[in-house]
Design a protein around this ligand. Structure first.
Ligand code: PEP
Ligand code: MN
Length: 337
């Protein structure tokens, strides 16, 4: 259920409704819009006790939420969410640009790539220190050493850091180093891990699983928000289909549909979405046209030497060209980059 407060309801009225909701045994999540405050009530199958609150002073209506997700939906919060990552905004007019190697490699290489992506306009450096690899014999990431390298790259460039967290075991360690926690496709429905993200206080770049429907995906995102962390970014990174000419099928529908269903910022990852470097720029531009709030792109100064995902990594000059193309598309749809 959501409780929609009247425009101009006082703080005291809102407080008293929240108190009542809690007394009835629900969790209350408050969304303050420009006009109205909405209180999301979650936690029980039986919603009938909440109906009584319709008569409380300051309450306009008590409305059932029709979708299986609640806090991440636009019914609860019509305005788009803007996440402030240490002064860099994600979800506003300006499209957020995240770029870097698939895996964190040597410090020299990582700093070289960080400088290159910054020069092209990126505001966030991506790079995995914990890598979820298909084969147990493939490079698994530099772990703590990789996090130290990311810290050095941040010191050199000022770029905010995005890096993947694979397991509950490493939450504290990863949070010590990163500005944004990436949850990868393979952990999209690792509910035990998602529940733990509520208490971290760090924004989460939450990737769609490779065979997760959008309905399942939003319910998975709901775990993080219901756990107490409202700073979640969705990310389309391609899904498994019968098509085998590309690594994944980049689901552009998802970019546009999730913007309609959810207020959370939507990031597009055409690198994993296509798996082929020459397809990354066109699908990045298409994502911006479809309403993406950000792009995450794999970039490497020598893709043929990359420790992972070299085939989909752009050289800095190609990345620069992608940024320029996406900037023109952004302007055409009333955004900036
Ligand atoms: C990555 O970003 O390098 C990665 C492993 O992504 P995904 O979880 O989308 O496969
Ligand atoms: Mn990768």
């Amino acid at each position: 259920m959501i409780i929609v407060m009247q425009a101009g309801a006082s703080e005291a009225q809102i407080e008293s409704v929240v108190k009542r909701v809690k007394q009835l045994g629900y969790d209350a999540h408050i969304s303050k819009g420009e006009e109205r405050t909405v209180i999301g009530c979650v936690g029980h199958a039986d919603k009938s006790p909440l109906q009584q609150l319709a008569a409380t002073p300051g309450v306009e209506s008590v409305v059932p939420i029709l979708k299986p997700w609640k806090l991440v939906g636009r019914q609860f919060k019509p305005e788009s969410t803007v996440i402030d990552v240490d002064g860099e905004l994600i979800g506003g007019d300006r499209i957020a640009l995240m770029a870097g190697p698939c895996s964190v490699e040597t410090e020299e290489r990582t700093v070289e790539i960080a400088r290159a992506v910054k020069a092209a306009g990126a505001r966030f450096l991506r790079g995995g220190a914990f890598k979820p690899r298909t084969s147990p014999y493939a490079f698994q990431g530099l772990e703590r050493e990789g996090l130290e390298i990311l810290r050095a790259a941040k010191r050199e460039t000022g770029l905010r850091i995005v890096t993947e967290l694979l397991s509950v075991r490493d939450i504290e360690l990863v949070c010590e180093y990163t500005d944004i926690i990436q949850i990868g496709a393979r952990n999209c429905q690792n509910f035990a891990l998602l529940k733990e993200l509520g208490g971290t206080g760090k924004p989460v770049l939450f990737k769609r699983g490779m065979s997760t429907t959008l309905k399942e995906y939003l319910q998975a995102a709901e775990y993080i928000v219901a756990g107490g962390n409202p700073d979640v970014m969705l990310c389309e990174r391609g899904i498994r289909t019968f098509e085998d000419s590309t690594r994944n099928t980049f689901d552009l529908n998802a970019v546009a549909l999730l913007k309609q269903w959810s207020h959370l910022p939507m990031i597009a990852d055409p690198s994993h979405g296509t798996g082929i470097w020459s397809l990354v720029a066109p699908m990045a531009a298409a994502s911006v046209a479809a309403g993406a709030d950000g792009l995450i792109i794999e970039v490497h100064t020598e893709p043929e030497q990359a420790w992972s995902d070299g085939q989909q990594s752009l050289r800095p000059d190609k990345f620069q060209a992608l940024v320029e193309q996406c900037r023109r598309v952004a302007e055409a749809v009333g955004r900036s980059l």
